[in-house]
Ligand binder design. Structure first.
Ligand code: SAH
Length: 349
């Protein structure tokens, strides 16, 4: 039975699903979930991410990790982690840059936080030649205790929200139920939600899973010292609006059609993520991806690479730099939240 048919049967038996439950089934159903069964990223897949645009992205973040470790006082052992590592490209590029500081690699235990066994297998392959042995866990709570440097790119957008709509009679929860034709359809269910008042028709996303992730991460960072960079597309001010979207072969598709067959995401709720990190006692802030990469030396690194190539190669590098940092491409929609424990001066940023 397809995931769509199983979800329809479940809804018929027990009622409409919250958006969070629907999205979780689409992404992580062990049999048919998107991340459980589709492990193709990049031009040949459904969407492309910054590490796949250019190796420079991961190299610069790797240099950030080394500088952060130094700013932490170069602890003799620490956890170097990536959450949601996809095909492992970002980690491979970070480790290559970190070769420049062998003491960093000697101190690091390498951890990948990955929910999908299929992706974990790809990461294992990609990191087979890595200078340190990687370990895997499905959740943050599986990381060992200790000083932590964690990076994630496009993970927050996979952490599902619940959605609420302001109706004439108060807030109602948006759910996935069955339409009169028996197909999956959005609907509203009464909700007891204590939400800020808003004009009728407003849609509010309650990103509890993103907040929970940021809060747990920040608590670890505060407990043992450390830092994190969470990069994603999303909003930088609290707001209303439906950001649920599904992508298949680089095209937007209806999120209710073919559950499990398209990547389904929401925008990162950065104001909520920063507030959660600060509530845990960490310092936190936000910048655009363009700002982050320029401060980490994007142009200098691109020039160095360009010097070692021909004219065609230079044009490719120039296009990659534009794609990563130009405001009308990934430079402004994508943002980086940084989270630091008290007493660490964020290096390079
Ligand atoms: N960071 C990579 C891949 C982004 S795709 C890149 O930039 O190319 C999202 C990744 O997060 C995938 O590896 C997916 O399996 C993983 N993921 C999704 N939800 C997760 C969760 N709840 N916990 C851990 N990993 C998750």
């Amino acid at each position: 039975m397809s995931l769509a048919d199983r979800l329809k049967a479940q809804i018929a038996a027990t009622g409409p699903l919250t958006i969070a439950d629907y999205m979780t089934a689409c992404l992580h159903d062990p049999q048919d979930g998107y991340y459980a069964t589709r492990v193709v990223l990049g031009e040949d897949g459904d969407f492309i991410t910054a590490p796949l645009v250019s190796q420079i992205f991961g190299e610069l973040i790797g240099l950030w990790a080394v500088a952060t470790w130094q700013a932490m006082g170069s602890p003799a052992s620490f956890v170097f982690a990536e959450a949601g590592p996809g095909d492992g490209t970002l980690m491979a590029d970070m480790l290559r840059a970190a070769w420049l500081e062998p003491a960093f690699l000697a101190a690091a235990s390498l951890w990948l936080v990955e929910a999908s066994p299929a992706f974990a297998a790809q990461q294992a392959q990609r990191l087979a030649q890595a200078p340190i042995i990687p370990y895997w866990t499905g959740t943050l709570s599986g990381l060992p205790e200790g000083p932590l440097i964690l990076v994630s790119n496009e993970l927050l957008d996979c952490l599902p929200p619940r959605q609420f709509v302001r109706t004439a009679s108060g807030w109602a929860e948006r759910r996935v139920g069955l339409g009169s034709d028996g197909q999956l359809a959005f609907g509203l269910a009464p909700a007891q939600a204590a939400l800020p008042d808003a004009p009728e028709g407003s849609l509010y996303e309650d990103c509890a899973a993103q907040v929970g992730f940021a809060n747990e991460l920040a608590h670890r960072i505060v407990r043992h010292g450390g830092a994190a960079l969470l990069i994603d597309y999303g909003r930088d001010e609290p707001g209303f609006g439906d950001t649920l979207q599904a992508l298949s072969r680089h095209q937007m598709v209806d999120p209710l059609i073919c559950p499990g067959e398209a990547d389904i995401t929401v925008h990162a709720d950065f104001p909520a993520v920063l507030a959660a990190a600060r509530a845990a006692g960490a310092n936190a802030g936000l910048m655009t991806q363009g700002q982050l990469l320029l401060r980490l030396g994007l142009l200098e690194r691109a020039e160095a690479l360009a010097a070692a190539t021909d004219e065609a190669g230079m044009a490719v590098i120039e296009r990659q730099v534009e794609r990563l940092a130009a405001p009308d491409q990934m430079g402004e929609l994508f943002k980086a939240a940084w989270i630091y424990s008290e007493g660490i001066d964020p290096p390079l940023l």
